[in-house]
Design a protein around this ligand. Structure first.
Ligand code: THU
Length: 132
């Protein structure tokens, strides 16, 4: 299995732990970080105060930062059960931008596997940053 396939399997498995009692939309994510063997998974965790909900992608990133400090994201995988697949929300893209490069791959999958690959900057060409 390739590393991307391993990360996809982790995202799919972690999706099973999603706490999505309000939307019923279950999301799993996994990230690979440079120089670190371990892959990090995350799922969405909803809250009765809807705005306090944490998306799967941010959960995966926060897990990785909690264990490693500063990280460099090699790629991100997202797993949902919809066709067509979904992309990370704007808030997650902004958080991803903190740790990735313009051409970092974002793999978008459903329960059958990865269906689409996009570069980070196709999804968020202009993250919030200083204009230098
Ligand atoms: N969600 C994610 O986990 N990732 C995204 O990028 C988009 C949305 C979650 C948040 C909420 O629990 C549910 O999907 C519906 O929006």
């Amino acid at each position: 299995m390739t590393r991307v396939e391993q990360a996809y399997e982790l995202a799919k498995k972690t999706r099973n732990n999603a706490y999505a009692k309000y939307s019923n939309f279950f999301v799993g994510s996994a990230i690979s970080i440079k120089g670190v063997e371990k892959l990090y998974g995350g799922c969405n965790v909803e809250n009765i105060s809807f705005g306090a909900t944490i998306c799967a992608e941010r959960n995966a990133i926060l897990n990785a930062v909690a264990e490693n400090g500063k990280i460099e994201i090699e790629f991100v995988v997202v797993c949902v059960d919809t066709n067509p697949v979904t992309v990370p929300c704007g808030m997650c893209l902004q958080v991803i931008s903190e740790f990735c490069k313009a051409d970092t791959p974002i793999y978008l999958g459903d329960l059958n596997g990865i269906q689409k690959t996009m570069k980070f900057n196709e999804l968020l060409p202009a993250p919030f940053d200083t204009l230098d």
